[in-house]
Design a binder for this molecule. Structure first.
Ligand code: ZN
Length: 68
């Protein structure tokens, strides 16, 4: 016959694009460019003795605490 049907080719293309997007996100994260989202808005951290904001990266799940 004449190669795979068209829809199989289409599916393969979508999959590779999705993988590329995920890889791009990981590269950004490992370079320190996280996608920070605020988990907790400014609250008083007793240990640090100051107002802090807790943020989490929506791609890799890493957390950080920002002081004010
Ligand atoms: Zn990240």
């Amino acid at each position: 016959m004449s190669g795979p049907p068209n829809n199989v080719v289409q599916l393969r293309k979508v999959r590779s694009e999705r993988t590329a997007k995920r890889a791009e996100g990981k590269t950004l994260c490992s370079s320190g460019f996280h996608k920070w989202e605020t988990l907790k808005h400014s609250h008083f951290d007793v240990k640090q003795g100051k107002l802090v904001t807790t943020q989490q990266c929506s791609r890799c799940g890493q957390q950080r605490v920002q002081g004010t």
